[in-house]
Design a protein around this ligand. Structure first.
Ligand SMILES: Nc1ncnc2c1ncn2[C@@H]1O[C@H](COP(=O)(O)OP(=O)(O)O)[C@@H](O)[C@H]1O
Ligand SMILES: [Mg+2]
Length: 229
């Protein structure tokens, strides 16, 4: 087991936003978390990576409980986040964005450029000058340069044109094949089903479905009730 989240509870002030989230990601597995706006997906991610302190529950990475540990500790233990909205630093160049948090390991700038052939031409440009699709490439490459065992992506397809979502799917399939485990938060059902072997569906701070991607595909009631499909 790579990531083992057990009975996670989190609050914003008095608002009980995560009400006992349990989910697992095995080594080299790709898992998706689906759910509508406000379901608690980003808060779940934030609690996993140390940006929100859970009030109760465990976040184990290869057995070590990281719940409540600061984000830099979680990052050092091999979890890299591609945050919702990309968060590329606007005043830094792409090169600086990529190398600021890079660690030495299997993922080098050269290897990232092989995965994303667009990167070399972007290196001298400032973050503020990038399109949404370019920002997404930089955000993913930046996370890979942290040499993660677990790559967490929070709605990477948000705001991307269909053609770019298609390219994103191909990249995530390639990454899955390369052996990095993936936790993909999405509202795009097709992308999630393409990339993930197993899926969780969240609603109002709880997991309301968990199973194989095919099982969700064949469950019109869950698709309709929780994803509006
Ligand atoms: N910083 C915050 N302060 C207070 N409430 C928040 C904050 N962030 C999110 N929420 C609330 O928590 C709930 C879950 O939000 P979020 O985890 O962002 O959901 P999702 O990512 O699935 O859209 C929502 O009701 C949202 O309004
Ligand atoms: Mg979100």
């Amino acid at each position: 087991m790579l990531l083992d989240v057990r009975e996670l509870h989190a609050y914003y002030a008095d608002s009980h936003v995560l009400q006992g989230i349990s989910l697992q990601v095995h080594e080299q597995e790709a898992v998706a978390v689906l759910g509508r706006n406000g379901a608690g997906k980003t808060t779940t991610v934030a609690a996993i990576v140390g940006l929100v302190r859970p009030r109760q529950g465990a976040v184990r990475l290869r057995g070590a409980d990281l719940a409540g540990r600061p984000a830099h500790v979680v990052a050092r233990s091999g979890v890299a986040l591609v945050p919702q909205g990309r968060r590329v630093f606007p005043d830094l160049t792409v090169r600086e964005n990529l190398l600021l948090t890079a660690r030495t390991g299997a993922w080098t700038l050269e290897r990232a450029c092989e995965l994303f052939p667009a990167i070399p031409a972007l290196l001298p440009r400032r973050g503020a000058a990038l399109s949404g699709g370019e920002q997404q490439i930089v955000a993913i490459a930046r996370a890979l340069l942290r040499d993660p065992t677990l790559l967490v992506l929070d709605e990477p397809s948000e705001g991307l044109a269909p053609q770019l979502v298609e390219q994103l799917g191909a990249v995530l399939e390639q990454l899955r094949a390369s052996g990095v485990a993936i936790l993909l938060v999405e509202q795009n059902l097709a992308l999630a089903l393409r990339v993930a072997e197993r899926v969780y569906v969240m609603n109002k701070g709880r997991i309301v479905f968990e199973g194989k991607a095919d099982a969700l595909r064949d469950d019109p009631a869950v698709l309709h009730q929780y994803l509006g499909v």
